[in-house]
Design a binder for this molecule. Sequence first.
Ligand SMILES: [Zn+2]
Length: 236
Amino acid sequence: MPEAGDWVARRILKAHGAVFVAQGSVVCPPSIIFTDAAGCASWQVRVNTRRENINGIPVELQTEAMEALLAARSEATQRNLRITPRGTWAARRNYRDTEKIWSRRVIPGLAFWQRRGKLSARDAARIRGLAPAQQVEEILRLEAQGLFFSKDFSRPVLSSGSAPGASQHISMLALDINEHSRAAVRTILARHGWFQTVVSDLPHFTYLGTLQEKLPALGLRKTVKNGRVYWTPAKM
Ligand SMILES: [Zn+2]
């Protein structure tokens, strides 16, 4: 758990923290946020992973998560369904990837809110000039005032990506898929330990390594939104 005063870490844990109760032989990151690329990389190389080429896309996940995914894929195939990775960033990401994804939300967002007259040119330039990790607190403060930084500026940035160094994809226990809108695909994934754990991040699944009925006892709460089930930290 983060320090009581560390509201940024608490916000990230509330939005993306389900991964920290993953069961089985998988390992969780040592902290909510990796503060630099080197620390992130040295943790990633120590984790047991398996790489597969799926639909022409290299996918790397922790070994047990990959095995569960392959089992889900073969069950899907038997039912004439597919489970395919959504782009080259679908699974493993490194620290720099998370910085780039963050900047792709934040830089257009700053320009948008400046055009709308909600943010001064001076404040926008100041925040743009900060290192990505230093922007997080500023952006979350702006969102508290209703200036959102998701791709369409309508939702919190943490609903469509994470902060630099904090993504579930760094832990190699997350996968974005193309077929996320098919309920039957979501059911198959859940049977193999893969769940949706970030509300409104539609393509995003997290390997929790257990069955749905065990999740409440692990401290996760069920949210149903637009017909989808999400599991997020209950007490935050
Ligand atoms: Zn994702």
